[in-house]
Every structure is written in C-alpha cells, then in structure tokens.
Design a protein around this ligand. Structure first.
Ligand SMILES: [Zn+2]
Length: 155
C-alpha cells in the first residue's frame, strides 16, 4: 500500500533587523515601541540601569529584599555576542570569628565568563576586540566594587 503525505510549505517567520545590535529577530518578538530587539532590551532598558558602552552593553542589578538585598550583579554583552557572557558578582561570606565571638562579613567580588557564542553581526576579530574591552570593564568594575566594600561604603 502506498501512502502519500501532503507537504506543507512552511513560510519562515518574518524577521526584523535590530538597529542597535544589527542582529535579526522574529518580528513578533521585536519591540517596536523601544526600537530594539529583546536581547538589547534586556541590557539597555533604562528603567533597569542598562548602559551601552559601544563595544559592549552592561546591566547591573541587585535584589531589593531578601538575604542578598543590595548585592550587585553585572551582566556584560560584548557587541557581536547574543548574550551576556561576562559577569561580575558580589558575594558576602559570613565567617564566625571564635576569638571575638562574632560573625564577620567578608565581601568577595568575582568575574566569570563563558563563550556565549557570536550572533554573526561582527567579524570574529571585531567580536574578539569587543570581548576584550568588555573584560577590561568587568575587571575595572570588580576592583571598584571590591574597594567600595572594603571601605564599607553603602552602594
Ligand atoms: Zn538588538
């Protein structure tokens, strides 16, 4: 017995090119009101502290409440990469000091990074340069945050 299957032609979803990062996104996901794709909006939403530095985008966040209230977290997306591949984390370590019978708080600041993957909008040398600039910024931010915490500054 022979069966035939009707082949349905699947039309590709229409895509919109983001004027900020140059990548394309499904038009149904693209944010017309703010004029950028959802990936850029994650980093550059002015109501959430996003900043565009040219070679990279930075978003710093900190929970308002809970045990980690005020602890900062930065996500950095170099241009040409689809995600935040460099992160700066603050962390409080609570250590009990037996001599003075007190729990001491020690601040730790870490920089971490992954490959993330490029989005194809920049050539690989340019993408690598953007990564390098973003990493320089992450190191600067980590040093600044550590210094602020060591000086006991409220941030
Ligand atoms: Zn974009």
């Amino acid at each position: 017995m022979k069966t035939t299957t009707a082949r349905k032609v699947v039309e590709p979803d229409p895509r919109t090119t983001c004027p900020v990062c140059g990548d394309t996104e499904k038009t149904s996901d693209y944010n017309v009101d703010v004029g950028m794709c959802s990936k850029c909006l994650w980093f550059l939403d002015p109501t959430r502290g996003g900043v565009d530095h040219g070679n990279f985008m930075v978003r710093v966040s900190a929970p308002h409440d809970g045990p980690t209230a005020g602890v900062r977290f930065a996500e950095i997306r170099p241009r040409g990469f689809w995600s935040g591949i460099i992160e700066v984390h603050e962390n409080i370590n609570h250590v009990y000091n037996d001599k003075i019978k007190t729990v001491e708080k020690n601040w730790d600041v870490r920089v971490s990074w992954g490959s993330g993957g490029t989005d194809g909008t920049q050539d690989s040398i340019r993408a690598a340069e953007n990564f390098t600039r973003a990493m320089d910024y992450a190191v600067m931010l980590a040093r600044l945050w550590k210094m602020q915490r060591q000086q006991g500054k409220e941030v």
